[in-house]
Design a protein around this ligand. Structure first.
Ligand code: FCB
Length: 503
């Protein structure tokens, strides 16, 4: 995802705060009561156990064999060996005090060839993981698709084949049949924008193809229908009431000058625009799923490349959802341009960045949820947010990661501000629970709260994990910065002052 372009310490605990989704109390950094503090991972990035219990090959296994595709020639064969170490990993999650954990199911463990009966042994891993989580008091959130499509289905065209809609619904049913007596929270698909662009346009992610724009939009069309078909499968089969959402990503532009209404509207307009060939947008995906229609500007922009829409396609995409997941790492400051078009505003030289050079922009976790809530009117869950940092164990064996702590504090304060301003936010999943296989970047990028030594599989809780534990235990109260005039953002040269945090 690296190349996806250029938030009163006490015993507060769960009794504190206000009901979930209601505005947080003014003058404090306490989150609503019942706020879901979590962390996340995905199957291919952490599991390993590639050949266990009849697992089939995925498109990521294949891509990892292509020379030069992955930094360091790395692959997910062992990854964090979570497949074998999940019990110890869940014990670490409990130590951190996580309320919830988001993980994904590997389709090729459930259906090694992508279709047909469920491989019960493959599903056992997830049954056992869910049991371990529930025993630890941690709520499981299951993502059905986080990019590891069975290779056998890719051989039949993958998302380019209209049959993929039926394949995904069928796979979803197998997982729901196995887990829905214990799992209530479901995410259909993770970041379609990224696998369409990097997988089928730039060839940097699996399946590593460069296809035409027309084909990319066809694969998107099937993805969005598959999402809808999966929602119907979950609602139809779940043994307990289900809460269903999805986890898209997209451009978050924010106003360079918050005191200007024009600037705010310019940022909203470009956040919702479909105007680039990298699928870096919100509305082509979100409008289809929430409104059952593609946005007008996108239809114009893509022109003759828009796929043929069969009767019932858009209705299938538009299924009632319980929450709108948002993966937000970064955003871009903008202002109204002289030509009527929104224009970008450059950060100051030396602006804070993560180890992949993504700018650190806490404002994005205020404006992103706000704009999306304004448009789609669904409760928000931050399904991913975090940073890659150059972490290593100090000579005393501790892993000190002050930048990740500061990043997360600023972003969570921004999210708290959104909640105070009326955006219903149900939860926050830090990416990631542990260092893992960062796709085309291999193991060089460390996003975890837990340090993983990939040679020995030793785990060390980073300072950020200890810090996050206090944040969770205090329901956000420990986020309050020591200085009364602390600032959320970093400010922009000649445009504005950083957003102050008033606590
Ligand atoms: C997101 C992916 C996740 C991880 C983070 C850093 O795009 O969903 O798997 O790679 O970025």
């Amino acid at each position: 995802m690296s190349s996806k372009s250029d938030q009163e310490h006490s015993n507060a605990g769960s009794a504190r705060g206000q009901p979930a989704g209601s505005p947080a109390a003014a003058g404090s950094t306490v989150f609503p009561r019942g706020f879901l503090w979590g962390a996340g991972s995905s199957s291919y990035q952490v599991e390993g156990g590639m050949h266990e219990a009849g697992r089939g090959a995925s498109i990521w296994d294949t891509l990892c064999t292509r020379a030069g595709a992955i930094a360091g020639g790395h692959n997910g064969d062992i990854a964090c060996d979570h497949y074998h170490r999940f019990k110890a990993d869940v014990a670490l999650m409990k130590q951190i005090g996580l309320k919830t954990y988001r993980f994904s199911v590997a389709w090729p463990r459930v259906q090694p060839d992508g279709t047909g009966p469920a491989n019960s042994k493959g599903l056992d891993f997830y049954r056992n993981l869910v049991d371990a989580l529930l025993n630890a008091g941690i709520r499981p959130v299951v993502t059905l698709y986080h990019w590891d499509m069975p290779q056998a289905l890719q051989n039949r065209g993958g998302w380019l084949n209209r049959e993929s809609v039926r394949w995904f619904a069928d796979y979803s049913s197998h997982v729901v049949a196995a887990l829905s007596d214990r799992v209530q929270d479901w995410i259909t698909i993770n970041e379609p924008q990224i696998y369409i662009n990097l997988g089928l346009n730039e060839a940097k992610h699996a399946p590593g193809l460069k296809t035409s724009l027309r084909e990319q939009l066809l694969a998107t069309h099937h993805t969005l229908m598959a999402h809808g078909a999966s929602v119907m499968a979950i609602r139809g089969m779940a043994k307990k009431p289900a809460r269903i959402g999805w986890a898209p990503v997209g451009r978050v532009d924010y106003p360079a000058d918050e005191s200007s209404a024009e600037c705010i509207e310019a940022a909203r307009a470009s956040t919702f625009a479909v105007d680039n060939l990298g699928h870096w947008n919100n509305t082509w995906f979100g409008d289809a799923v929430i409104f059952g229609e593609y946005p007008q500007d996108g239809l114009k922009f893509y022109g003759a490349n828009v796929p043929r829409i069969e009767p019932g396609d858009m209705e299938m995409m538009k299924q009632p959802l319980d929450f709108y997941g948002l993966n937000i790492y970064s955003g871009a400051p903008v202002r109204p341009g002289t030509t009527g078009k929104t224009e970008p505003v450059a950060h100051a030289p030396g602006h804070a960045r993560n180890a992949l050079s993504w700018p650190v922009t806490p404002e994005s976790l205020y404006w992103g949820p706000k704009f999306i809530y304004d448009r789609y009117q669904l409760p928000i869950v931050i399904t991913e947010n975090g940073m890659t940092n150059l972490d290593w164990p100090d000579v005393d064996g501790k892993v000190r990661d002050p930048q990740r702590i500061d990043y997360t504090r600023r972003y969570l304060l921004a999210l708290h501000r959104a909640i105070k301003d009326g955006v219903p936010v149900l939860g926050y999943f830090h990416w990631s629970i542990m260092d893992n296989f960062e796709w085309a970047e291999g193991y060089k990028d460390r996003f975890g709260l837990i340090y993983v030594d990939f040679a020995t599989q030793e785990r060390i809780l980073k300072d950020s994990a200890h810090w996050y534990k206090d944040v969770i235990a205090s329901n956000g109260a420990t986020l309050a910065p020591a200085a009364a005039d602390a600032c959320l953002g970093f400010g922009l040269p000649g445009v504005n002052k950083p957003t102050p945090v008033r606590v």
